[in-house]
Design a protein around this ligand. Structure first.
Ligand code: ZN
Length: 265
């Protein structure tokens, strides 16, 4: 991971004047195989710093390794609902039985140090001209899903930056608003998806899920954000999904969590 610069390790944004390209990751969900593949891809693509939108833990067999890897590298991390679930900060009432079992399993594996780190994560962060939030910039603690075209357009008043990066639905998508109107795109089939950031437009971008994609494409999803080129590139990366599924089964987690990695849904 030689590309993750000294500045990234000290948790300060990369210095200006150099080419600034961020890797934006969300919903890693304890899938270390997927995270490793994404970090290697971002490294090859020249990413200089890492941003994380939460849900590092929950579902997968390696929550500790994933949270530690992100914690060591990221310049900004926000909490997801699965961090809050594993920490006991939210009721598991709305979790389905499989998610609840995984949350309780994860809770038992967090060290005091990691609990402290995760507990201190904010719900939103601002990096350059982007808001980072796990689910929605509107009442982030309510973990609303932005799924439909209207869902995304309704939250543009809830953040002040030009860009807002979200995750949570595990489905990449782009909402854009400007004087020439609204644009929405999702369910992409050709990758990478290049989102050129146009002057006078604002954007909500769902970067998809590293560790548990749900758009019928099992490859890990993440985004590269290039400030100089004014470009967000939504990418997919092949990874050892069979290995990740085997780790879930070996950990005694529900089989459904292993099976869905192969389906991408
Ligand atoms: Zn998630």
């Amino acid at each position: 991971m030689a590309c993750w610069t000294e500045s990234a390790r000290s948790c300060a944004p990369p210095s200006r004047g150099s080419r600034i390209r961020y890797a934006v990751l969300s919903d890693i969900h304890g899938n270390y195989e997927a995270l490793s593949a994404v970090l290697a891809d971002a490294d090859r693509a020249g990413a200089r710093a890492l941003l994380c939108l939460g849900d590092m833990v929950g579902y997968g067999a390696d929550p500790v390794a994933c949270a530690e890897a992100v914690g060591e590298r990221a310049v900004a991390v926000v909490a997801g609902n699965h961090e809050h679930a594993a920490l006991g900060l939210m009721s598991l009432r709305w979790f389905n039985p499989v998610a609840r079992e995984a949350a309780l399993w994860t809770r038992e594996r967090l060290s005091d140090g990691l609990r402290g780190y995760l507990s201190a994560l904010p719900l939103t962060a601002t990096v350059e001209d982007a808001t980072l939030v796990h689910a929605s910039p509107r009442s982030p603690e309510e973990w609303e899903y932005l799924m439909s075209p209207d869902d995304g357009f309704e939250v543009f008043a809830d953040f002040g930056t030009r860009l807002c990066f979200v995750g949570h639905s595990h489905r990449p998508g782009v909402w854009s608003l400007g004087s020439s109107g609204r644009e929405h795109a999702a369910w992409f089939r050709a990758w990478p998806v290049q989102v050129r950031l146009e002057v006078g437009r604002r954007y909500v971008i769902n970067v998809g899920s590293v560790g548990q994609p749900r758009d019928r494409d099992r490859r890990a999803a993440y985004a590269l954000w290039d400030l100089e080129e004014r470009l967000v590139s939504l990418r997919r990366v092949e990874y050892d999904h069979r290995g990740a599924a085997a780790r879930i089964l070996a950990a005694g987690l529900p089989r459904a969590l292993a099976d869905r990695l192969g389906n991408g849904f």
